[in-house]
Design a protein around this ligand. Structure first.
Ligand code: A2P
Length: 272
């Protein structure tokens, strides 16, 4: 007797096209007890514009725990870099700070953001004002040759509470200057200005104070902010972005977006 085996038909698995992919940790580096950076593998087909952010995370007990992170590497790189604070009781960063090479980290699929060249009108000077980990999107942009094709001067500022917190930015700028292709491109265009608010340092004060007093403009060619020639990107805490935006607006610059490019754009850095 021949028995016919009937295979039950399984319901088709639902595939979420936006589900994060699982990427490999390629490197980690710790700067202070509060700051670290890491690199992830970049999936084939993952496209983004320099300056954009993406959801990053780890698997939680039931579902993924994801937060928005600016990508700190340029669009041409074959890995993805990130720069993060460590919050002792932060749901994600308390765990993320312990990742090791070879571990897996979840990476979203849809990079977005306003700190992109597309959201700005053409200009001559590009100012990037950052505090703390707000430097991350600018780490991406200062490694992008398009930035130097579009602007004569690229001025990156970073303000931190302590001198040690500036190390990531200083190393980054040095690596750009030493880079075999970028080095020549950035030579007399990239200006890096660092200031500190809670320790002794050659340049002291918040970016808002340096703008208001005019101190900042002693360190760049071309004088105060001018809507005709200058474009600005701002990234830091909620308070910093709002106060710096107000200061930039006092020079007559108008806020832009992807759909309506103008003179300046802002984005809040990830916290928590
Ligand atoms: P300060 O030390 O005077 O608070 P935070 O870690 O709080 O995000 O701060 C990072 C840097 O940003 C610090 O140097 C801090 O200066 C500065 N900062 C904080 N709030 C503002 C603000 N509203 N406008 C400009 N800079 C700010």
């Amino acid at each position: 007797m021949i028995m016919t085996e009937i295979t039950p038909i399984k319901p088709a698995k639902k595939i979420n096209p936006n589900a994060p992919t699982s990427e490999t940790v390629l490197a980690t580096k710790h700067y202070t007890d509060k700051l670290f950076s890491f690199s992830l593998s970049r999936p084939a087909g993952f496209r983004f514009r320099s300056g954009e952010f993406i959801m990053i995370g780890l698997m939680g007990e039931k579902k993924p725990l994801l937060r928005a992170y600016s990508i700190a590497s340029p669009a041409w790189d074959d890995k993805l870099d990130f720069y993060s604070i460590k919050v002792p009781d932060g749901p994600l960063t308390s765990r993320l700070q312990n990742i090791q090479v070879g571990d897996k980290v979840l990476l979203g699929k849809k990079p977005v953001g306003t700190l992109v060249l597309d959201a700005l009108l053409p200009g001559k000077r590009l100012f990037m004002f950052s505090t703390g980990t707000g430097i991350a999107p600018f780490a991406s942009l200062i490694q992008d040759p398009d930035v130097y094709e579009n602007f004569d001067q690229v001025i990156l500022t970073q303000t931190c509470r302590d001198v040690a917190e500036l190390e990531y930015g200083k190393k980054l700028v040095q690596s750009v200057r030493d880079h075999e292709f970028l080095g020549e491109l950035v030579e007399d265009k990239l200006v890096h200005i660092t200031s500190v608010t809670r320790e002794d340092y050659p340049l002291k004060g918040r970016i808002t104070t340096l703008l208001e007093s005019g101190e900042l403009f002693k360190h760049v060619k071309g004088g105060p902010l001018n809507r005709e020639t200058d474009r600005v990107m701002i990234c830091g805490s909620m308070d910093m972005t709002q106060d710096t935006k107000a200061m930039v607006e006092s020079f007559g610059l108008k806020e832009g977006s992807n759909s309506a490019p103008a003179d300046f754009v802002i984005e809040k850095a990830f916290v928590g």
